[in-house]
Ligand binder design. Sequence first.
Ligand SMILES: [Ca+2]
Ligand SMILES: [Ca+2]
Ligand SMILES: [Ca+2]
Length: 733
Amino acid sequence: MELRNLHQRSGVGPPRRGRAAAARDGVDRTSTPRRARRALPVLVGGLLALAVPTTAVAAPERVFELVSPAAKGGSDVSGGFFATPDGDAVAYESFAVLGDPSHALFSSTYVARRQADGWKTTSMQATVADPNPTLLDATFPAGLSADLSTAFAAGYGAFAAGDENFSQDIARVRDGVSEWVTPALTLPDANVVDSNVVGTSADGRSFVVSTTKPMLPGVPGGAAQLYRRGPDGLELVSRLPGELVSNGARLGNGRGLQGDNRAISADGRTLFFTTFPGVAQLYMRRDGQTKLISADTTGAPGTALTTYRAATEDGSRVLFSTPSRLTADAPVGGGLYRYDATTGELRLMVAGTITGVMQTSDDLSVAYVVSSAQLDPGMGTTNQPKLFRVTDAGAKYISPIAAQDSYGWTWGQGGNVGGVSADGSQLVFQTRAVLAGANLRPNRVGVYRYDATGDALTCISCHPDSTVASDGASLTGADVSYGDPGANPGRAITLDGRLAVFQTADALLPEDENDLFDVYGYDDDGLHLISGGAPEGEAHVIDVSADGRDVFFFTNASLAADDVDNGYRDVYTARIGGGFPSTEPPCTASTCDRPDAPPTVFTPQIGSTGVFAEPVDPPVRKRPTFKVERISASARRGWARSGKTRLRVRVSAPAKITVRTKLAGRTISTARSDRKSAGTSRLTLKLSKSAKARLKRTGRLRLTVTVSVRGASKAKKVTVKLIARKTTKQAGR
Ligand SMILES: [Ca+2]
Ligand SMILES: [Ca+2]
Ligand SMILES: [Ca+2]
């Protein structure tokens, strides 16, 4: 690897504290001299090189805009999903931010759009046929189209008359209309199987459903099939060449709408799916025709399992790996292949066993690949996961990667655990491996930027000085969506690769006044504190617009004059050139004049219609409340089959959650979660050995599950029956 002398600058912005703070302690902070610039450690070719400080360029001024409504009906914003590429819309979740009566008990999806006079939120909540205040009608966010025009919700209750299966179905919400989109061919639908939405076009007009129930005539049930619903109606797309119905198919690699978000092209016309069981093959379906992609030079299917990795947005190219020899130059053991539908060419990009693909350039000419093999001969330790940059010129070793980070390269293109510029020259990723002398405690996640142009690896979540970062950073809001690391598909870097965003609880810059999470940006000028670093609230990153103008996050801190909710969490954007025509002076990332003591009493105001306006949220925090997901029939079946199941518990405030499972009065498993913020935890409920033996022996178990939350008033309890699929005959019968 080449050693280059790179110039890195640590930009320290103007002091952040506002006029109120300055007046309070009598110091004019706006005239505080800038602190000495300190160089960030730059890791070049695996060696630590100290960067050379140069003249700083002032960061563009970002103005905080309150995105979610100040009056939230007593609800917090509980997480963010992602923004449209232009940064003019963002999706987030909350119990009921609009106080809307049809909100889900569990979590509702909202989309805010920027108007000339401020951000306006719309509910994207699905409606159920028979709303009742039990968890039976709870729905869960299941995905959004890239333009945020369309949201999908999953639920076990009835989405419409005829939905009688008590299993998971999907509703699509679009233009204010909620529609059940997974009905069986014949109604009432009593198929006790779960259906999922696994892909959508960018505009939400075409989407793909995975289900084992027949949705069209002539399709046998029982095998997982893929259906596309679009403007032309419903089509079975998991068809093999010759229009044969597959025996089982998954879109992409089966990682779902966020993980394999390009397995359906942006226009919805092209799909990539893999088959199972048996030797998985990769197929492309376009305009009513299916083509085998994982074929060798004679057209015969590969002899080993094929794994879908990535596709271009237009569906013209696809990346996959297989141990099969598919091209004339491929060795035994195969490797990573790229297929180009425009030319019909199949190309071996790199030979060797591929563990995962972290990110790719838009055209798939560059792939950041993880492998334990020495794809770059002689580079890196064998039998340890390593990161490589693979192009048509071969593989180039970058660094080791910790095995615990595997979600970063198995989640697919939609997972925000890595980000890449459109041309593939700039990569950001997170890893627990401490790379080449970064100032991080062992086993804490560091965020790194790899610059392929200069072949330089930089720890961007490290302290600019020699302080050892202690808390760990991440590219995604830690609290979002059920704890799935890939569930937040926001960008981590701009299209041009100039700005990367991440969050960390380490105060990396002096203007960060708390030890709580804040959002930082890193560009050629160095580090910038984006979320304000206010003492009163932590901030979690949601997304950055494609051009970097907007950085979205959610926070308890009140960063705009119109945020008068006494510390409930809101979505904000820190927008370059932002702000709305208003009598208030604009509040910026560096000069925000936050209210020091928010008013505690609000007087309801009489609007011009004579109707009392909604009062803003009460100032006093209530004790935590919690909701527990229903243990569905399919969850019970899975529990009986595998010995464990997962239960979602949502709390309204930081709390300790305990779930006890009892059999005949005896506790057989205890699951705990210590939540540091409001949101949803997934707890794993297990069967003990003796419970498993009993289930096998008697064919059934009667379990009591108790969920308690410290500080909440009452525990919640349910009794469930598990039935073994095949009851073994008992001796002596
Ligand atoms: Ca249903
Ligand atoms: Ca902080
Ligand atoms: Ca707020």
